[in-house]
Design a protein around this ligand. Structure first.
Ligand SMILES: [Zn+2]
Length: 224
């Protein structure tokens, strides 16, 4: 039995079939539910997951927050880069990589959100190329099995690294650009394996073991 006090949560109803609970980096808990599901089902679902929710919130609380100011370090493709932030007159931002220094020019250098947004926009241009390359290298085995190439969508997502929709899209999180290419390959392989198995059952994991024997190491890096 859990000793944790139940946490409050935000309920979002939408046209979906299943229940899902999300824990955001700021500790907020959101439950997404089908439009007409009875409240007692939703409460029972959340009750069963109290331990998991508490664990996620502890993880979030201890995770050091990325600072986006001059002199701080940010990760780019798994490599630490020193941020050099300078002011620029025009709106938007300009980002360039020089050795291990990431130079960011924004109108408000003291505003961390401007620096972060400029880096993320810079990533967006590269993410499609990196993610596309990873898919192209790993997809041929799935093509041989008769699967159609999923369409790549790059999104900034707060609670997941990737997803594969039954409608033929592979969604990958822009923020994967902070991780080494091998970790990006792991997420892509995970999503591609969902072409064969739409769940995380034993067959799915057996396929991951065959396609990428060291996937657990990359998963640990992603979660660490
Ligand atoms: Zn999955």
């Amino acid at each position: 039995m859990s000793e944790q006090a139940p946490v409050g949560y935000e309920l979002v109803r939408s046209r979906r079939r299943s229940l899902e609970v999300r824990v955001f980096p700021d500790g907020r808990v959101q439950v997404r539910a089908p439009l007409r599901m009875a409240a007692r089902h939703i409460e029972a679902f959340v009750d069963e997951r109290q331990d998991w929710i508490a664990r996620q919130r502890r993880i979030m609380a201890h995770r050091p927050r990325q600072r986006w100011s001059h002199g701080e370090t940010c990760l780019h493709l798994g490599e630490p880069r020193r941020l050099e932030v300078t002011p620029v007159a025009r709106p938007g931002g300009r980002v360039s990589l020089e050795g291990d220094r990431l130079r960011v020019a924004v109108p408000g250098p003291e505003d961390e959100s401007q620096v972060r947004d400029a880096v993320h926009e810079w990533w967006r241009g590269q993410a499609r190329v990196f993610f596309r390359d990873s898919i192209d290298r790993q997809f041929p085995w799935f093509a041989d099995r008769g699967h159609a190439l999923p369409t790549l969508r790059v999104k900034k997502m707060r609670t997941r690294w990737g997803s594969l929709s039954p409608r033929g899209y592979i969604n990958l999180n822009l923020l994967l650009m902070a991780f080494p290419p091998a970790v990006i390959d792991y997420v892509v392989m995970h999503e591609l394996c969902h072409l064969e198995h739409m769940n995380h059952g034993p067959d799915f994991h057996a396929l991951m073991d065959r396609r990428m024997p060291d996937w657990r190491r990359h998963k640990a890096r992603l979660e660490g």
